[in-house]
Design a protein around this ligand. Structure first.
Ligand code: MN
Length: 206
């Protein structure tokens, strides 16, 4: 008999206030301890109804989202999606991050017309996402690097793409500090980007 493995909330790899002044301490507490925890709990509750799905990795589940049993598919989409998206999100940020991209990701970004053009296009994807969702740089299933956005907690993995980096544009990610000024949050976010981790993901995307 297969042993069901429950998803777990990963610990933040830095202090809750470590991304100040760009992302505030209270937002990080609520975002990580409440929002992400809820995605984990809801995902486990849904997958618990179909234990054969509990033995797959969350990425495998997202890849086969259309084969997930219908009675849990929406819950899995939202909550396994939320878990995978946020697990990436904490890791691709760090205190004293930002600055110019380094390593192989710098080469990828150069092909978007340079770092400023890349940031503008990425921020624009986040700004134009109506309601809640994410802005992404992905390696598409055809092997191209693309900037796109997804609604809600949809992951690019669901469409066969590999998410290299993504920014959360749900209001819960910025509203306490930036209120309705999503554009300001998007610009500030580049100060906490962890290029080392993004380069690590880029290697995985090959
Ligand atoms: Mn979020």
């Amino acid at each position: 008999m297969a042993i069901a493995v429950a998803l777990e909330l990963p610990a933040l790899p830095y202090a809750y206030n470590a991304l100040e002044p760009y992302i505030d301490d209270q937002t990080m507490h609520l975002h990580h301890d409440k929002h992400h925890q809820a995605y984990v709990d809801n995902a486990n509750a849904a997958l618990g109804k179909h234990p054969d799905w509990q033995n797959k990795s969350p990425e495998e589940i997202l890849k086969s989202i259309n084969s997930v049993p219908e009675d849990i598919r929406t819950a899995v989409r939202n909550n396994v999606g939320g878990h995978v998206n946020h697990s990436m999100f904490w890791a691709i940020m760090k205190p004293n991050g930002g600055g110019n991209p380094t390593g192989r990701i710098a080469e990828v970004i150069k092909n978007f017309g340079g770092f400023d053009a890349f940031k503008e296009k990425f921020n624009d994807a986040g700004l134009k996402r109506f309601g809640s969702g994410w802005a992404w740089l992905v390696r598409s299933k055809s092997g191209q690097f693309e900037i796109l956005s997804t609604p809600n907690q949809d992951s690019p993995i669901m469409d066969g793409h590999f998410p290299i980096m993504g920014n959360d544009v749900w209001e819960h990610a910025y509203y306490l500090k930036y209120q309705n000024r999503r554009g300001e949050y998007l610009k500030a976010w580049w100060n906490v980007v962890n290029w080392d981790e993004i380069n690590r993901r880029l290697e995985q995307a090959k």
